[in-house]
Design a protein around this ligand. Structure first.
Ligand code: DQQ
Length: 540
């Protein structure tokens, strides 16, 4: 069987056992970070959903508490689904979440919960007031597709929050609800936004500072500092999180993406396995942090056998790219405290068809940062116009093993000594598309050779990188963690998380290589790889 204990992740968030999905209500309170998440206390498949609860001082070392919210009232008897936290002006954290209140159909309502003891920094007990549910689906709303309340924001004496839903056959929609007292909520007739994408799960909506500024903003900040807004939705049909950047008209309660085609272009937080994500504002370090769930891609029989399924991605700081057109994402700085022994390679030219092993450390659990420099862009491939808009198909057609002009070049991670097993994380550069003047950069994770085990879902993931590579330079960072490869291209412009299950390249047998499958020389200007230590992880 593939159930090798060496595939269990070392520094990605997970409980000791069982199924997990969406991160819920991340918040910071009295010196502690809190993470709640969808959890099945009874097994490694989805079901019996409660809110598990963990706390941390640094977002890296975690301590598990008992579940914070479990079915206990009529309006959550059949499930406590996803939701968010809001800080009230007096400093009280509140939780809003979706309750399922009928056994036969997933009829959804929204509930609120308050901490029993505000002087407990660990917020161990949560009370559900008797006025629950506080929001129910009324006429015209699809009661079985009505869930995942956002963090509320306040302006002009009113709270507002969003609830994800679908209207008509396939319009994703974010409904706005308003309240003066956080108890009585009324729906604003027009939704904040909608698009023909299918159901919107787990919406998220927040202001960002001016382009290029890393500082985050509290969700209620408005006015000059809230230069732009980001609306994220999780696409139930396609299982990925996409976002647009735009403006928010508070009077009209409308959000308008800057790029009129933004909803069709589907800019994604992550082009891999990353779903139902949620951000929160961290007042301790004045940043906005993104949490996202990564599912397994082995079989559920394997999940049952190994006794666990699902991890959370490494928390990422998010801010607006200098172009103003997209976000940048970078692993929170705290993760660097786990770095141990390191190896650095400098000014190493990789010839066409060559690969070079990075030796002298264990790399099953590692952090790798590398900057590449390509000698010339002259030999770049031309871009098939049919695939020019579809990174995933493009990479499917030209995977890591297909020789190119400039690239494929990048890393083979979790590779066996004979390289029969290897997961490729790489770039490929194309000549400017028709009408364009910039070379097109594609970033891919190709797991098709990641394991000798045949019973795995091994999709190739890819996204375009909106970067100027005319000077030949591009960077890559990969967080490798036994069965996870989480990669950040060009300083966090394009991110790809992939789950892989090597059968040979586990533990001490996992190796790391730099490869060049193109026709142009590629120089590793600098590569540093660190072994990563194991933090305290929920008592596991
Ligand atoms: N997961 C939750 C829902 C949410 C979905 C249920 C997204 O609230 O819409 O576990 O993964």
């Amino acid at each position: 069987s593939i159930i090798d204990p060496l595939l269990r992740t070392g520094y990605h968030f997970q409980p000791r056992k069982n199924w997990i999905n969406d991160p819920n209500a991340p918040l910071y309170y009295k010196g502690w970070y809190h993470l709640f998440y969808q959890y099945n206390p009874k097994g490694a498949v989805w079901g019996n959903i409660v809110w598990a609860h963990s706390v941390s001082r640094d977002l890296i070392n975690w301590m598990a508490l008992k579940p914070a919210i479990e079915p206990s009232i009529a309006s959550d008897k059949y499930g406590c689904w996803s939701g968010s936290a809001t800080m009230l002006p007096d400093g009280t954290p509140t939780i809003m979440y979706t309750g399922v209140n009928r056994p036969d159909v997933n009829y959804q309502v929204q509930n609120v919960a308050y901490p029993r003891n505000k002087s407990d920094p660990l917020l161990r007990e949560w009370d559900k007031p008797s006025h629950n549910p506080i929001i129910v689906p009324k006429a015209g709303i699809n009661a079985t597709q009505f869930r995942d309340p956002t963090t509320a924001w306040r302006a002009g004496g009113h709270w507002r929050l969003l609830i994800g839903s679908v209207t008509g056959p396939a319009h994703g929609v974010a409904y706005v609800y308003r309240s003066r007292d956080f108890k009585r909520w009324t729906r604003v007739e027009r939704p904040l936004h909608s698009a023909a994408t299918g159901m919107w799960e787990c919406p998220d909506f927040y202001p960002v500072e001016a382009a290029g500024r890393r500082e985050g903003l509290d969700t209620s900040v408005s006015g000059r500092r809230a230069r732009k807004y980001v609306l994220k939705n999780s696409l139930d049909l396609r299982r990925y999180d996409y976002y647009t950047v735009g403006t928010y008209d508070r009077r009209a309660e409308r959000y308008v993406p800057d790029d009129p085609a933004g909803d069709e272009r589907h800019l994604r937080y992550d082009y891999g396995n990353f779903y139902a994500s949620k951000t929160f504002y961290d007042p301790a370090k004045r940043r906005r942090i993104l949490w996202g769930w990564a599912n397994e891609s082995d079989t559920s029989a394997d999940d049952v056998a190994k006794g666990w399924a699902g991890i959370q991605a490494i928390p990422r700081t998010v801010w607006l790219d200098p172009s103003g057109k997209q976000l940048l994402q970078w692993p929170i700085e705290e993760v660097e405290a786990l770095r141990g022994k390191s190896v650095t390679v400098k000014h190493r030219v990789i010839k066409p068809g060559q690969h070079v092993e990075v030796t002298g450390l264990q790399t099953a659990q590692a952090d790798v940062e590398v900057t590449f420099e390509v000698s010339s862009l002259a030999g770049a491939e031309s871009l098939d116009p049919e695939l020019a808009g579809d990174a995933q198909r493009l990479c499917g057609a030209r995977g890591a093993a297909v020789e190119g002009g400039v690239g494929p070049f990048g890393l083979w991670v979790l590779a066996s000594a004979d390289r029969q097993e290897r997961t490729a994380v790489f770039f490929r550069v194309f000549r400017p598309a028709r009408g364009g003047d910039k070379p097109v950069v594609l970033m891919c994770t190709d797991p098709t050779k990641s394991s000798l085990n045949p019973n795995l879902y091994q999709p190739t993931f890819a996204g375009f990188v909106d970067t100027d590579i005319s000077d030949g330079k591009i960077s890559l960072r990969s967080l490798i963690d036994r069965s996870v490869v989480e990669s950040f291209g060009a300083g966090g412009k394009t991110c790809i998380l992939s789950r892989v299950y090597p059968s040979l390249a586990t533990g001490k047998n996992a190796r790391l290589y730099v490869f060049n499958g193109g026709k142009a020389d590629v120089k590793v200007s600098r590569l540093t790889a660190w072994e990563m230590k194991k933090p305290l992880m929920n008592g596991a």
